[in-house]
Design a protein around this ligand. Structure first.
Ligand code: ADP
Length: 394
C-alpha cells in the first residue's frame, strides 16, 4: 500500500542558505528527520518530500522537481536502488545518494556501479552535506560540459551547412556561367576570324585579348566545376589496385614523361577500397605536377606506400624545384599558385582537388619540401574505405 507523501515545512533562517529540493525515499520518519537535520545544520535550506514506494516517487518527481534523491537502500515495499530505474526511464539526471543503516562495501560499490552517485551510512550523517554538495557540483559541471558539447555540435553543423551552401553556390554559378561564356568565346573568335586585318592594329590586339580571356575563363570554370563535383558525385567504391592506377596515369602522361625523359618508378603499391576515378585524379595531379615543376635535371619521380597503424601513407617524391615551407599549406587552397602562368601553366586547382578527395576518405595530405630540393607529397588513406567499414558492421 502506498503511503501519502509527507511535506515538511522549511525552518526559518537568518543566514543565506543553499536552497535544496530533496526527495527522500525513506520509511522511517525519524530517520528522515535526522537526514534533514544534518543538511539544515550545514547551511542547506531544504524543502523535502518523503516517499516510500514507486508511485509516490514518480508523483513527487513531477510535483516537487527534486535536485537530489536521498534513498534508503531497503524499504518494506520497495528498494531504494529501483528509484534509479524510474529516473532513467524519465531521462532525468538527478543525483541519487543512498542513505542506509548498513551497507557492506561490496553492495555499496555495486550500487555505485549501477548509477548511484554515492552512499552515506545513517550513523555517519555528518558526511552527508559534503556528499550532497559534491553531487550537485558534479551535476552542474556535467551540465556545463553537456552544453559545451551541444554548442560545439551545433557550430559544426552550421559550418557543414554553410560549406554545403557555398559548394552549391560555386557549382551553380560555374555551371550557369558556362553558357553565356560559350557565347562570348564563340563571338570573339568569330570577330577575330572575320575582321583580322580589316580594322586597325589595335582592334586586332583587343579582339585577341578578349578571345584569350574568354578561353582562359572557360578553362577556369571547367576546373572549378571539376573541383565542386568531387563533393557532389556519388563515389563508386571498389577494390582499387594502386599499381594499375599508376600504370594508367603513366600512359596518360606518356608524352609529357617522354618529353623531359622523366623516370617514374614505384614500389609495390596496395589495393585499397576507393573510387578508382578519384584515385586516378590524385595520382595524375601529383605526378603531373612533379613533371611540370621539374628542375634542371630530368625528373625522377618515386611513388611509395607504407602502413602506419590503421592507414596507408602514400608518398610521391620528386627532384623538382621544391616549395618553400611557408607555402606548404597555401598550395592546397583553390587557385593558389606560386608562379605566373607564363612560367608554369595551370590554374591552381589540382592540389585542392587532391585534398578534397583525400579528406572524403578521412585522410590528410601535405608536402615536405625545401625550395630547390625537390618535394615529397604525402597523403593518408584508411586501410579500409568508409563503405567497407559500413558493410563490416552490417
Ligand atoms: P597548378 O599545378 O595548376 O598550379 P596545383 O593546385 O596543382 O595547381 O598546385 C598549386 C601550386 O603548388 C603550384 O602552382 C606550384 O606552385 C606548387 N606545386 C605543386 N606541386 C609541386 C611540385 N611537385 N613541386 C613544386 N611546386 C609544386
Amino acid at each position: 500500500m502506498s503511503s501519502p507523501a509527507t511535506q515538511l515545512v522549511k525552518p526559518a533562517s537568518a543566514e543565506p542558505k543553499t536552497q535544496l529540493r530533496a526527495l527522500l525515499v525513506e520509511d522511517s520518519e525519524a530517520d528522515a528527520e535526522l537526514v534533514l537535520r544534518a543538511l539544515r545544520k550545514n547551511d542547506f535550506d531544504v524543502s523535502a518530500v518523503i516517499v516510500q514506494d514507486e508511485a509516490g516517487f514518480a508523483r513527487a518527481l513531477r510535483t516537487h522537481c527534486p535536485e537530489i534523491v536521498l534513498a534508503d537502500y531497503n524499504l518494506p515495499d520497495w528498494k531504494g536502488m529501483e528509484a534509479l530505474n524510474v529516473l532513467r526511464r524519465q531521462d532525468l539526471d538527478i543525483p541519487m545518494i543512498l542513505v542506509s543503516g548498513a551497507l557492506g562495501d561490496v553492495t555499496a560499490v555495486e550500487c555505485i556501479k549501477q548509477g548511484a552517485t554515492d552512499y552515506v551510512l545513517k550513523d555517519g550523517l555528518a558526511r552527508l552535506p559534503e556528499v550532497v554538495r559534491r553531487a550537485l557540483r558534479d551535476k552542474y559541471e556535467r551540465g556545463l560540459r553537456h552544453q559545451a558539447e551541444k554548442d560545439l555540435a551545433k557550430k559544426a553543423d552550421e559550418l557543414a551547412r554553410s560549406n554545403a551552401d557555398l559548394e552549391q553556390f560555386a557549382y551553380v554559378a560555374s555551371h550557369d556561367l558556362q553558357e553565356p561564356l560559350r557565347m562570348v568565346a564563340a563571338y570573339t573568335q568569330l570577330l577575330s576570324e572575320r575582321y583580322k586585318g580589316k580594322l586597325d592594329e589595335n582592334a586586332d590586339k583587343f579582339i585577341g585579348y578578349a578571345s584569350e580571356g574568354a578561353i582562359r575563363m572557360q578553362v577556369l570554370i571547367h576546373d572549378l566545376l571539376a573541383f565542386s563535383r568531387v563533393g557532389r558525385a556519388e563515389a563508386s567504391y571498389s577494390t582499387v589496385d594502386c599499381n594499375e592506377v599508376l600504370e594508367e596515369v603513366r600512359q596518360t602522361l606518356a608524352s609529357a614523361i617522354a618529353e623531359c625523359a622523366a623516370i617514374v618508378a614505384h614500389t609495390d603499391l596496395p589495393a585499397i577500397w576507393a573510387d578508382r576515378t578519384q584515385m586516378t585524379q590524385v595520382f595524375q595531379n601529383l605526378i603531373g605536377n612533379a613533371l611540370k615543376f621539374r628542375g634542371k635535371e630530368a625528373p625522377e619521380i618515386f611513388v611509395h606506400a607504407e602502413k602506419a597503424g590503421q592507414q596507408w601513407v602514400f608518398s610521391v617524391k620528386d627532384n623538382g624545384i621544391g616549395i618553400a615551407p611557408e607555402f606548404a599549406e597555401n598550395i592546397f587552397v583553390v587557385f593558389q599558385r606560386l608562379h605566373a602562368r607564363t612560367e608554369y601553366p595551370g590554374n591552381g586547382i589540382g592540389l585542392a582537388i587532391c585534398k578534397k578527395i583525400v579528406q572524403r576518405y578521412g585522410g590528410r595530405i601535405w608536402v615536405e619540401s625545401q625550395a630547390g630540393r625537390g618535394s615529397t607529397f604525402k597523403f593518408t588513406l584508411p586501410l579500409q574505405g568508409p563503405q567497407a567499414k559500413e558493410e563490416a558492421h552490417q
